[in-house]
Design a protein around this ligand. Sequence first.
Ligand SMILES: Cc1cc2nc3c(=O)[nH]c(=O)nc-3n(C[C@H](O)[C@H](O)[C@H](O)COP(=O)(O)OP(=O)(O)OC[C@H]3O[C@@H](n4cnc5c(N)ncnc54)[C@H](O)[C@@H]3O)c2cc1C
Length: 420
Amino acid sequence: MARRVLVLGAGIIGLSSAWHALRRGFQVTVVDRGDSPRDGCSFGNAGMVVPSHFIPLAAPGVVWQGLKWMWNPESPFYIRPRLSPSLLAWGWRFWRASSPRRVEAAAPLLRDLNFASRDLYEQWAADADSGPGDFGLERNGLLMLCRTGAGFEEEARFAERANGLGVPARVLDAGAARTMEPGLELDIEGAVFFPKDAHLDPNRLMAGLESRCRAMGAEFHFRTEVTGFGRDGVRLGSVFTSGGELEADQVVLAAGSWSPLVARNLGLGLPMQAGKGYSLTLEKPRKRLSLCSILTEARVAVTPMGGRLRVGGTMELSGLNESVAQSRVRGIVRSFCGYYPDFTESDFSSIEPWRGLRPCTPDGLPYLGRSRKVPNLVVATGHAMMGLSLGPVTGKIAGELLDNAPPSIDIRLLDPQRYG
Ligand SMILES: Cc1cc2nc3c(=O)[nH]c(=O)nc-3n(C[C@H](O)[C@H](O)[C@H](O)COP(=O)(O)OP(=O)(O)OC[C@H]3O[C@@H](n4cnc5c(N)ncnc54)[C@H](O)[C@@H]3O)c2cc1C
């Protein structure tokens, strides 16, 4: 069987795919237009591994909540108004996908993918010979912190649903939640604890994965932009890049938010919007946290990473632009200091915000599968808020697809051609 695989994109999805392809004996080349894996969305994210996130982004109530938030410059959600046919079509599909029936169908799949990915992270952490080294995996759960009574009630209902689906969740009153983070003030009404969630340091993970893939024989071409494809009938024969033409027997498309631009060169439509988010990392936080948390009403993620502390959030649909909206960054910091009053806004005054573009599909489910139009292309993208969490299992399934083996999890809902 032809064994040369070209992976387009060196984010968590590309690197995980490369690692699994290498383990299966493929000869792997990774191409990325950035200087290093630090350039994509996979570097400055909140590092959470989240079996608790079995509800896709497109869910009932999200559209109305989003519309309310639109008018507040510090809110966690914004769509830059523009007459864009692709944005309108995406919005229409998102609205259609936000039905209870679609969400119920997606939940068991997202649960299974997240649990499988968590197991793979555990295997990587234990695999000193071929894993990515120490990437700070902490398997001590996640707190969903609620500052309002209404938020707490909603989260408690969600906990019931999670338990019903086999994702353990414990409802904690404010006192019980505070005992989970002793020595820290929490201004909350209550919390839900998800013991099976975990967190890690994405900076270390990405660096470790790249060097492990190199050690296993992968070739990397950074500062190399994919600009087109050479066809061999319906198949891909080669990939044109800013650094010349590269030949491959099979290609994995893992270019994150830019995947639709790359796919367009192949005549493939992958509806997607970039969902910009920001994070700020305190190198020496005034208090140490042990658990990661999500501030539910503010949609802010808080993650301890070794001695550091990362706070991130917002979902801005403003196209493929990487500018920083300071008002939204302020909103993240204010919300964090509201839930964690030990911290003050001035703690963040000299910190440069990081920004990343989450690849968001209209139904909140990734695109993962072999293309029917281009048979030697595997599509692996569109993980929105869960790319870090779902990276290893996506890579594993991409490896299976490259080998023409049946995927270990039923991925029919993730068909990359579900929108035509
Ligand atoms: C603030 C924030 C917090 C987050 N927190 C979490 C979290 O806690 N848990 C979680 O699971 N997820 C989280 N996410 C989401 C997660 O970061 C993304 O889903 C994930 O990083 C997407 O990975 P990717 O490999 O698909 O894309 P990317 O990491 O963006 O990688 C794509 C790569 O493709 C390259 N590329 C693009 N076009 C081309 C081209 N033409 N030629 C060559 N190369 C190209 C880019 O340079 C880039 O390196 C968060 C995101 C944000 C913004």
